[in-house]
Design a protein around this ligand. Structure first.
Ligand code: SF4
Length: 245
């Protein structure tokens, strides 16, 4: 019973970090599982070096990324930020690109936004170590500017290979940059929320991985009033990850 109480208290703590009043957890206001099949185009640069990225295993993929000079961002990075977490995870969480702290530490989502992401993960009953976290870009854009299309095109095969290796049950896209680049759309985040999209790597992957869109934790820190929507998105994503499409 003591363990149960502690677990309940911890969960309440994570919900507090999300700015969620606890009654919301029992709300039925989860977005409906409308299915919007949005497959990314196949017009990405097909190789991230010599066309063999699609064949790489984890270690060689990580080494390839660490040595990558395909776009100009290699000139200003401290190090690449490959991704972190369980390589057999059910959940793949994808953000935009490393920031200053991520560039320093070599890990995605550290710092305040990372702490909020951890709270979001814990709020749905998982730990950071149980998911896999990566970004659209593996190197930091100077001054945290938006990624440029050419940079995304060069870097995308690395993320695609990560998706193929992980085979997640769901991809959670955090924020505009991740969502729009993964789905090859310029639709705003607000309109992409509450729908099941599909991310296809194109490698014998006809239906693709279910993909749900929510707000980026950095945005939620600036706009805490939106945390409730993010909480609904997380609940929706849990439902989809359990096969409720
Ligand atoms: S952002 Fe991606 S493509 Fe550009 S140098 Fe880094 S790893 Fe290579």
């Amino acid at each position: 019973m003591a363990n149960l109480d502690r677990k309940t208290a911890l969960h309440a703590q994570y919900l507090d970090a999300m700015g969620i009043q606890r009654w919301v957890a029992r709300s039925s206001a989860v977005p409906e599982a409308g299915v919007a099949v949005t497959k990314p185009g196949q017009d990405f640069v097909a190789d991230a070096a010599d066309g063999s990225v699609a064949l790489l295993d984890w270690d060689t993929l990580q080494a390839r990324v660490a040595a990558c000079t395909l776009c100009g961002l290699h000139q200003t990075r401290t190090q690449t930020v490959f991704g972190v977490g369980d390589r057999n995870a059910d959940w793949l969480i994808v953000g935009e690109a490393p920031g200053a702290e991520e560039d320093r530490q070599g890990e995605p989502f550290v710092g305040r936004a990372g702490q909020l992401l951890n709270a979001m993960i814990e709020a749905i009953g998982m730990k950071r170590e149980q998911v896999y976290i990566a970004n659209v870009l593996k190197c930091r854009p100077p001054g945290n500017r938006d990624p440029q299309p050419g940079e995304v095109a060069h870097c995308e095969p690395y993320l695609q290979r990560q998706v193929e290796l992980i085979r997640p049950k769901i991809i959670l896209a955090l924020g505009r940059i991740a969502a729009q680049n993964l789905l090859k759309t310029d639709t705003r985040v607000g309109a992409l929320r509450g729908k099941v999209h599909r991310y296809s790597t194109g490698a014998g992957d006809a239906t693709g991985v279910p993909l749900v869109v929510t707000y980026h934790p950095a945005y939620l820190l600036r706009s805490p009033g939106e945390k409730r929507k993010a909480w609904l998105d997380l609940q929706f994503a849990v439902k989809i990850s359990r096969g409720a499409t």
